[in-house]
Design a protein around this ligand. Structure first.
Ligand code: AGP
Length: 607
C-alpha cells in the first residue's frame, strides 16, 4: 500500500505540487502523510499522522522551500500510525530522506547490523533502514546514486522508493521491486509516483519502471539502469490518454457514487475490447487441463460468478479460489496442464501475485484480467486483457466489478461458440443481450437510486444484514455483503440461500433484515421457498426482483424492481447495482466516508 510522489521543477516550489500529487494517491493509504524538500543544502521535512487535509491544516504542507522533494501517504505495515513512523524517514544526520511503499523482509537483521555500527533509529518502521543503509555506504565517499544501488542490493522484500540527499541536491533516486512506480515527464518538470493519476494534471507522458530498476531523476530528465548489472535501459515515455478530469469527482460528492454512475459508460468501453485478445484467451482456456479462477475480494466474486458462466455456457469446469488460499490448497498439485485466469483490478494485489508466482514456478499458464496497464499482473501473465474501466479511486470496487463480469461473460460466450456447445440462435441472443446491458444499468440507476436511498434511511439503524441468493445470485449476495460491510461497518453475512438452513437461520428473529437476490431464472422457485422460511421466523424481507415479479412482491416487506429481460447468465451485472447504491447510502446514513473506509486501502500490496 502507501503512495509515493516526488518531483523536480526547473522553477517554483515543489511542496504544493507534491501535496497535490499525494491527494491523488490518498486512496492508497491515509493514516499519515509527509513531505521532504531540499533547499540551499538543507533538508526540510513536515510529517504527521492523520489524513492529508488534517495534517495540512495543522502544519501547512505547502510551506516548505525548494524545487525538489518527495512525499508519502501511508498505510501502516510496520509501526503504528504515529508521527514518528510517518514518512519521509531520515538517516542519523538528516542528510537523506526516503519514502517507500512495500515491505522490507530483512529489516530486523539490517537494523541490528546498523545499530551495531552506531546508527540511531527513531521509528519502528522497516523503511528507516534504507536511509541508514545509504548513509553507511556514503561514508565510503561513494556517489549518492551508487549508495542507493548498494542499499537496494541488501534489501529483501518489496519496494518502490524515492530518495533525496543534500549531497546530491538536484537528484531524486528511485528504485522498484514488486511495488508500482511510474515517471511523469514534462518540459520543465519531472515526476515519480505510485501511479499515473497523481501526475496526470501536469503531464500525460509516462514511463513505467520495471522490477529491479533504479532511476536517477534530475532537471535534465531521467536515466534508468538495471540494479543488478548497471546496464543502461532505454525507455521512451508513452502517451496516456486518460483525461485528468477522469480521475476527479466530476461534481459527485464521492468517487464511489461517480464510479457507480459511470458504469454504463465503462461497460460500453468493455464491450470494445478487441476480439483478438478475447480469442487468444479463449484458446488458452479451451486447451487447459484444469482452470483456476484466482482473485481477492470483489474480483473473487467476479470469478465466482464466472465459474457458473463457464459451466453453464461453455461446459468448462473451473475452480474459483481466493488467492490467499491458492498456495495452501493447490500449490502442490498445480502443474504444466493447469491454467490460472487471474483477476485483479489493480494487478498489484500481493496475495494474488503470490498465487501467480507459485503457479508459474510449477509451469502453469497464467492469464490476467486487470484494469491497470503496466501493472505487475500484465507483466507476468502469458496473455492479459485490460478491462477498460478507467481509474477507480473509491476503495469500494464498483465499476471494475461490473466490467470484470462483462469481460468474463464475453470470454464464456466465445468459448461456448468455439466449443459448439450452444446453438447459434442462443449465442446471438447472448451477444445482443450483452450489448444492451449498459442501457439497462443506466435505466436501473436513474429509476431506482431514490428508492434505494429511502431504503437505506429505513434500515440505517440495523445492526446486521443477511444476503441470500442462489446460483449466480449467490456471488451477487457475497458482493452486496462485502460492499455494505466495508463502507458502513455493519457486520453482515452472505450465503447461498440453500445453505442458510444449515446453521445461519438460527440468527433470525423478528425484524432481522434479509436481502434476497431474485432473478427470474432456474433458481426462482427455490428462492421463494427460502423467502418463506425466513418470513416464517419474523425476518424483514428486502428483495431485489425482476420487474412485475408479483409473487415475490407479495412476500417482501420492501423490494427494488429492475427491468432486465436478460438471459439468466447475465443477471449479476444489473442485480448488483442496487446493492452498490444501498451500501453507498447506508455508509452516508451512518456518517462514514464511503471513499475512505477505515483500515482499508485501494490496493492491498501486502500479504
Ligand atoms: C473491494 O471493494 C475491495 N476493496 C477489495 O476487496 C478488492 O476487491 C480486493 O482487494 C482485490 O483487489 P484487486 O482487484 O485490485 O486485486
Amino acid at each position: 500500500m502507501c503512495g509515493i510522489f516526488g518531483c523536480i521543477l526547473k522553477k517554483g516550489e515543489a511542496a504544493p505540487i507534491i501535496h497535490g500529487g499525494l491527494k491523488k494517491l490518498e486512496y492508497r493509504g491515509y493514516d499519515s502523510v509527509g513531505i521532504a524538500t531540499i533547499d540551499r543544502g538543507h533538508l526540510f521535512i513536515k510529517k504527521d499522522s492523520g489524513k492529508i487535509d488534517d495534517v495540512h491544516e495543522m502544519h501547512d504542507l505547502d510551506d516548505l522551500p525548494g524545487r525538489i522533494g518527495v512525499g508519502h501517504t501511508r498505510w501502516a505495515t510496520h509501526g503504528a500510525p504515529y508521527q514518528v513512523n510517518a514518512h519521509p524517514h531520515t538517516d542519523c544526520n538528516k542528510q537523506i530522506a526516503v519514502v517507500h511503499n512495500g515491505i522490507i523482509e530483512n529489516f530486523a537483521e539490517l537494523k541490528t547490523e546498523l545499530e551495531d555500527l552506531g546508527h540511531t533509529f527513531k521509528s519502528k518502521t522497516d523503511t528507516e533502514v534504507i536511509a541508514h543503509l545509504i548513509e553507511e555506504v556514503m561514508k565510503k565517499e561513494v556517489l549518492f546514486v551508487d549508495a542507493v544501488r548498494e542499499a537496494m542490493k541488501r534489501i529483501d522484500g518489496s519496494y518502490a522508493v524515492a530518495v533525496i540527499s543534500v549531497k546530491a541536491p538536484d537528484q531524486i533516486v528511485c528504485a522498484r521491486k514488486e511495488s508500482p512506480l511510474v515517471l511523469g515527464v514534462a518540459k520543465d518538470s519531472i515526476y515519480v509516483a505510485s501511479d499515473i493519476p497523481a501526475f496526470l494534471p501536469k503531464t500525460n507522458k509516462s514511463v513505467v519502471i520495471e522490477d529491479g530498476e533504479l532511476v536517477v531523476l534530475s532537471d535534465k530528465g531521467y536515466e534508468i539502469r538495471s540494479i543488478a548489472d548497471w546496464n543502461l535501459v532505454t525507455r521512451e515515455p508513452e502517451l496516456i490518454d486518460w483525461a485528468p478530469e477522469a480521475a476527479e469527482k466530476q461534481g459527485y460528492p464521492h468517487f464511489m457514487l461517480k464510479e457507480i454512475h459511470e458504469q454504463p459508460l465503462r461497460l460500453r468501453n468493455t464491450l470494445r475490447i478487441q476480439d483478438q485478445y478475447l480469442d487468444l484467451m479463449t484458446t488458452f482456456l479451451d486447451r487447459a487441463g484444469e482452470v483456476f479462477l484466482v482473485a481477492c475480494g470483489t474480483s473473487y466474486h467476479a470469478c465466482l460468478a464466472a465459474s457458473y458462466l463457464f459451466s453453464k455456457l461453455s461446459f468448462l469446469a473451473t475452480h474459483p479460489v481466493i488467492a490467499s488460499e491458492f498456495v495452501e490448497q493447490h500449490g502442490k498439485s498445480v502443474n504444466i496442464d493447469s491454467t490460472l485466469l487471474v483477476v485483479s483490478q489493480s494487478g498489484e494485489t500481493a496475495d494474488t501475485l503470490e498465487a501467480v508466482e507459485s503457479a508459474r514456478l510449477r509451469a502453469a499458464t497464467v492469464l490476467g484480467l486487470t484494469n491497470i496497464v503496466g501493472s505487475t499482473l500484465t507483466r507476468v501473465a502469458r496473455v492479459y486483457i485490460v478491462q477498460q474501466s478507467g481509474p477507480e479511486i473509491g476503495v469500494a470496487a464498483t465499476k471494475t466489478f461490473t466490467s470484470q463480469l462483462s469481460v468474463l461473460s464475453q470470454l464464456a460466450i466465445k468459448l461456448a461458440k468455439k466449443r459448439g456447445k450452444v446453438s447459434h440462435v442462443e449465442i446471438e441472443d447472448l451477444e445482443e443481450s450483452l450489448e444492451r446491458i449498459p442501457d439497462i444499468v443506466e435505466e436501473i440507476i436513474s429509476s431506482e437510486e431514490e428508492k434505494v436511498k429511502q431504503l437505506a434511511k429505513k434500515y440505517a439503524d440495523r445492526q446486521t444484514f443477511f444476503f441470500l441468493g442462489r446460483g449466480m445470485g449467490s456471488a451477487v449476495a457475497l458482493e452486496g455483503k462485502l460492499k455494505l460491510m466495508e463502507i458502513s461497518y455493519i457486520p453482515s453475512l452472505a450465503y447461498p440461500a440453500g445453505e442458510s438452513k444449515h446453521g445461519p437461520i438460527s440468527l433470525i428473529e423478528s425484524g432481522f433484515p434479509v436481502i434476497f437476490i431474485c432473478p427470474k431464472d432456474s433458481t426462482h422457485r427455490s428462492i421463494i421457498g427460502n423467502i418463506m422460511e425466513m418470513k416464517a421466523r419474523g425476518a424483514s424481507i428486502i428483495a431485489i426482483i425482476e420487474k412485475d415479479d408479483e409473487e415475490i412482491k407479495e412476500l417482501a416487506d420492501d423490494y427494488i424492481e429492475i427491468d432486465t429481460g436478460l438471459p439468466e447468465v447475465l443477471s449479476p451485472i444489473p442485480f448488483v447495482i442496487p446493492l452498490q447504491l444501498f451500501a453507498y447510502y447506508m455508509s452516508l446514513e451512518r456518517g462514514n466516508d464511503p471513499d475512505m473506509p477505515r483500515n482499508l486501502a485501494k490496493s492491498v500490496t501486502v500479504k
